[in-house]
Design a protein around this ligand. Structure first.
Ligand SMILES: [Zn+2]
Length: 317
């Protein structure tokens, strides 16, 4: 039925949509008022309905979700979402960071998971979640950062405990997360790593809905060394580039979603052996040498290359 509703957007409605997008590319801009110190909307696209536009330029300008039953379309790294919801900016056990990015949207199942997890983590000794990037209001590719986070099923959680007061708007933009990796990149930094860091990651990884967790390899190594008792959750925790300050939660496709493209489950086993981690601690990864000839930057994916439903979601007012 969700799909049927989307298809209804084609034909005359789509033409109207494209027209509205031309005269008012920032329709729905009020959503950003709730969190921006210095609201500076991007300049409108010259031809907002042109399917040859980079998808990130179109999705990156959308300030509000599509109001309809939630529907995930496509893959974590190539897709979009209708009916996304914002994570409330403040909860008793979480606070949203970097509000100016407007990336605190997700599928209702992700919102519910984060709320539940924040309580569970607090019981495990972690004061509360500082939530970084989730998805844009309609998902899709972003103008900066992240290949994934496109379908409302990914969330970055700072590896910095929540302070015991409500952060100001300025602090949410300016405060830095803590670097968890030792300067030689071979292990965590023992000056900042605590047992509660393991607790919050384990609390996330033991949620059945969670598909994968991404962390820096040094953090994975520390988890492997320190996890006591039941350890099967370690298989979900995968080393990844760029997760020195935060960990990344990815949940499964919502049950019954036919347009959400799922990912094979992670390989079995804890992923803790020297062999498992060898690649991440190889010289090539720890000390990457710049290539002799820099590779040509790949052209960004266009709206035409996105799943058809995502084109409609991007073009709707
Ligand atoms: Zn991430």
């Amino acid at each position: 039925m969700n799909r049927a509703r989307l298809i209804l957007l084609s034909g005359p409605a789509l033409i109207l949509t494209a027209f509205l997008a031309m005269i008012s590319p920032f329709a729905g801009a009020h959503a950003q008022d709730k969190g921006t110190l210095d609201a500076r909307p991007l300049p409108p696209l010259a031809h907002p309905d042109d399917l040859n536009n980079a998808a990130r330029d179109v999705f990156g300008r959308k300030q509000a979700p599509i109001q309809m039953p939630p529907q995930v379309i496509g893959f974590y790294a190539k897709g979009c979402i209708a009916g996304a919801q914002p994570l409330p900016l403040n909860g008793a056990t979480w606070q949203v960071m970097r509000l100016s990015r407007n990336r605190y949207y997700g599928h209702p199942e992700l919102i519910a998971l984060l709320e539940r997890l924040s309580v569970k983590a607090q019981k495990a000794g972690w004061p509360g979640l500082l939530v970084g990037d989730m998805s844009q209001p309609r998902g899709g590719p972003m103008l900066t950062g992240h290949a994934s986070h496109q379908v409302g099923l990914d969330a970055d959680i700072w590896l910095t405990p929540m302070p015991n007061y409500q952060l100001s708007r300025t602090e949410r933009e300016d405060m830095s997360a803590v670097m968890m990796v030792r300067p030689d990149r071979l292990d965590i930094d023992p000056r900042v790593w605590t047992p509660q860091h393991l607790n919050v990651i384990r609390a996330a990884a033991t949620e059945p809905q969670v598909e994968r967790i991404f962390v820096n390899a040094a953090i994975k190594k520390a988890l492997c060394r320190e996890a006591k008792g039941e350890r099967s959750w370690l298989s979900k925790v995968r080393p990844m580039y760029g997760h020195d300050y935060h960990f990344h939660i990815r949940i499964k496709c919502p049950a019954g979603s036919t347009t959400c493209e799922s990912q094979p489950p992670p390989p079995e086993g804890e992923g803790c052996s020297t062999d498992d981690l060898a690649y991440w601690f190889s010289d090539a990864v720890l000390h990457p040498r710049p290539p002799v000839t820099p590779p040509k930057p790949r052209p960004p994916i266009t709206l035409a290359q996105m799943p058809p439903e995502c084109r409609q979601i991007a073009l709707a007012p």
